[in-house]
Design a protein around this ligand. Structure first.
Ligand SMILES: NC(=O)c1ccc[n+]([C@@H]2O[C@H](COP(=O)([O-])OP(=O)(O)OC[C@H]3O[C@@H](n4cnc5c(N)ncnc54)[C@H](O)[C@@H]3O)[C@@H](O)[C@H]2O)c1
Ligand SMILES: [Zn+2]
Length: 672
């Protein structure tokens, strides 16, 4: 504790803390990938505050206690804020809230109230409107300067492009990622072998500060606005008034808020939401308490880092220790093999926890996790519990390093740990956990393109044990097809005909259809062009593959690993016996190039009045670039393209969180 340290000791420790906190902040704010839990960061930060309070001469200008946020990312233009975007002081207990209230009451001689709001765990953004029109969005950045993220923010559907009144104003708030989207995004990233985001806040920050607006559009972000630092032609006199006005203007605010006169009532609100926390569809990490009257706020003023009229109560860390019994390995649809910890049951955040994510083999190795270890598990709100560390002091004497699996727990084939991945992967396309995915990929439009044989039928065929590996499609008989739902005489014949026709496809479709890791349509075409036959590709050396423009070690290794599998040998033999073509027929080249656009395989609805084209002209363009244009918005719709006066379809799309694009954005995607 700070009380017993000498000045010299304190000076050394302050330097060390600044260095540590700077490193962690860089990971957190700039890379969006924190390397330690927030609680740990907050603990070090508090230690620094205490030392600086005890020895004020040790306060350095560049101390994290004197600065907001982190460095700005390259690639975005920098924008100066009109007024600084500050951080908030924290409280971690009821006592600290009471101390805050005492400071307020001492500084004010008039009555005051508190506006209580949820502390959204996202990233702060400033939105500028001129005469009611959305103009610019900027991140908080280092507090005085932020990154211009206007293009990305435009893809967030809850941010209106037009206000309900033509006012000029600046609104600030928090962009966040709903829990379900966060979990889905991480699952996808885990399957792809990419690094997962530590929490929704880092995911939201990484998404907004992505150089590709398509990525942002695809990730379902939302916003709650909570302040109006600039407002022309209208006035409000309180925080609650500002929130209500924003509601009227169509700026989305969080309805979960209340005004109280006493800090005791504020505490009840805090406890209420601590209990409700896990039921909310978004992550919160505390409650923000703000003096409500703007005149009182002005009187109280600011420190260099935060307003003195507000405080953030942070919910306590939800961590517990327990013993690791065993590790369960499971295979996902793309073959990624992921570890789950099975532990002695422990109470955590109001629920009994026995399973927790270990994320991937690399993280396990890094933490040197062993069976019988005492581990720390953490659960933030609704987020899947995770093992964050091992308590090494409690490790049993006879502990042995963990014995990692070498073979797939489902099919027994050898697991690969590919160069660029953090996860283990089963490469066997016939592995039952992946078989369905592989089968529907094989028949899909950019692969063998078998008319009338979509994902659903492929899966049904698998369930009925008609097909197990892609080669089985070519051995199907009519009476087998008649067993399937909704397949009658005529459609069975059509299906067989379509399967037969697909035998003539050029090689690149087959290569792509095999679903070799990292081999997309473009790589498949380059490989077909280069090696001309399947046999040629099978025999190609790593060096030969790497010699192709745009291909590197990662793809080459993945291809070599694929062809080394016995199952693949067998698959190719059976395809060949069924007379499936294995040669490159150059003429398909242009067709494939044209088909892999942004809109390929997307289901799109067009609505409203367009500027440059009629709806049917735009439809034709989209269809030419591989999209399916339908009339009504459903869960399967990928994008809504909305022109002027778009009505109920737009509402429906918003309700279903479907990305909305305007005509201009579409044209930019289509005409290179
Ligand atoms: N794990 C790490 O390595 C690491 C590194 C750096 C920072 N951090 C974490 O970041 C926190 C510090 O970040 P910070 O400076 O952004 O402070 P903060 O997140 O604790 O609080 C300030 C922010 O709260 C947000 N906010 C959410 N709801 C709000 C509302 N209703 N009204 C007003 N503001 C609201 C705003 O974005 C505001 O900028 C620390 O608590 C720490 O846990 C972690
Ligand atoms: Zn397997």
């Amino acid at each position: 504790m700070a009380e017993d340290v000498s000045f010299d000791q304190a000076r050394k420790r302050v330097d060390e803390l600044i260095l540590l906190l700077d490193q962690y902040s860089h990971q957190y704010y700039v890379m969006d990938q924190p390397t330690i839990p927030d609680e740990e960061y907050d603990r070090l930060y508090r230690e620094l505050v205490e030392l600086e309070e005890k020895y004020p001469t040790l306060v350095q200008n560049d101390s994290p206690t004197q600065r907001v946020g982190g460095a700005l990312l390259e690639g975005f233009s920098k924008v100066q804020h009109d007024t600084p975007m500050l951080s908030l002081d924290n409280a971690f207990s009821k006592e600290e809230l009471q101390e805050f209230d005492q400071r307020i009451s001492k500084a004010l001689d008039s009555a005051y109230a508190y506006q209580c709001e949820l502390k959204m765990d996202g990233l702060a953004v400033s939105l500028k409107y001129e005469e009611g029109k959305f103009k610019q969005a900027v991140t908080r950045g280092n507090g005085t300067e932020g990154e211009d993220v206007t293009t990305n923010v435009k893809t967030i559907r809850s941010i209106p492009l037009n206000l309900k009144e033509p006012l000029t104003l600046e609104a600030r708030g928090e962009i966040y990622m709903p829990k379900t989207s966060f979990i889905a995004l991480n699952q996808k990233r885990e399957e792809q072998g990419a690094a997962v985001f530590a929490n929704p806040r880092n995911a939201a920050a990484g998404t907004i500060r992505n150089l590709d607006p398509k990525v942002t559009a695809s990730r379902n972000l939302s916003v709650f606005l909570y302040s109006l630092p600039r407002l022309e032609g209208k006035a409000v006199d309180s925080q609650s008034g500002a929130l209500n006005l924003m509601d009227e203007l169509g700026l989305k605010t969080n309805p979960e808020r209340r005004v109280y006169e006493s800090i005791e009532d504020v505490w009840d609100f805090v406890e209420e939401y601590q209990n409700k926390r896990s039921d909310l569809p978004y992550e919160i990490d505390g409650i923000v308490i703000k003096v409500n009257e703007l005149t009182n706020q002005e009187k109280l003023g600011y420190t260099v880092k935060a307003p003195k009229w507000a405080i953030a109560y942070k919910f306590p860390a939800e961590e517990a220790e327990t013993r690791l019994q065993t590790v369960e390995w499971s295979v996902g649809r793309t073959g990624v093999v992921t570890p789950t910890a099975i532990m002695d049951a422990v109470q955590l955040a109001g629920t009994t926890v026995q399973r927790a994510s270990l994320h991937n083999v690399d993280l396990m190795k890094e933490k040197d996790i062993r069976l019988g270890d005492t581990v720390v598990v953490r659960k933030a709100g609704d987020i899947i519990p995770e093992v964050i560390k091992v308590v090494k002091d409690k490790r049993p004497d006879d502990s042995q390093p963990y014995d990692y699996p070498t073979h797939c727990p489902v099919c027994g084939s050898e697991l690969m740990h590919l160069e660029d991945e953090v996860a283990l992967r089963c490469m066997n396309p016939a592995c039952s956990a992946q078989a369905k995915e592989k089968l529907s990929h094989f028949v899909s439009r950019n692969a063998m393109n078998i008319d009338g044989l979509g994902e659903r039928i492929a899966e049904q065929m698998y369930d009925e044990a008609l097909v197990e590996s892609p080669a089985d499609f070519y051995y199907l008989k009519k009476d087998q097809l008649l067993k399937l739902d909704k397949i009658a005489d005529k459609s069975a014949e059509n299906l067989l005909k379509a399967i037969e026709n697909s035998k003539e496809n050029s090689l690149e479709r087959l290569i792509f259809g095999l679903g070799i890791r990292h081999v997309g349509t473009k790589a498949a075409r380059l490989l077909a062009e280069e090696f001309l036959t399947m046999e040629g590709l099978r025999q190609a050396s790593k060096e030969q593959i790497e010699a192709i423009e745009g291909m590197g070690e990662v793809i080459a290794e993945s291809i070599r690993a694929f062809f080394a599998l016995e199952e693949v040998d067998h698959l190719l033999k059976r395809l060949k016996e069924a007379a499936v073509n294995m040669e490159y027929k150059g003429k398909r080249k242009e067709e494939i190039e044209q088909k892999t656009t942004f809109f390929t395989d997307k289901t799109i609805v067009i609505t409203g009045k367009l500027e440059k084209f009629t709806r049917s002209e735009l439809k034709e363009k989209l269809v030419n670039s591989g999209a399916k244009v339908t009339g009504s918005v459903s869960r399967n719709t990928d994008y809504l393209i909305a022109g002027e006066d778009a009505g109920s379809k737009l509402d429906k799309a918003n309700e279903l969180s479907i990305p909305v694009l305007n005509e201009q954005q579409v044209l930019e995607e289509i005409d290179e």
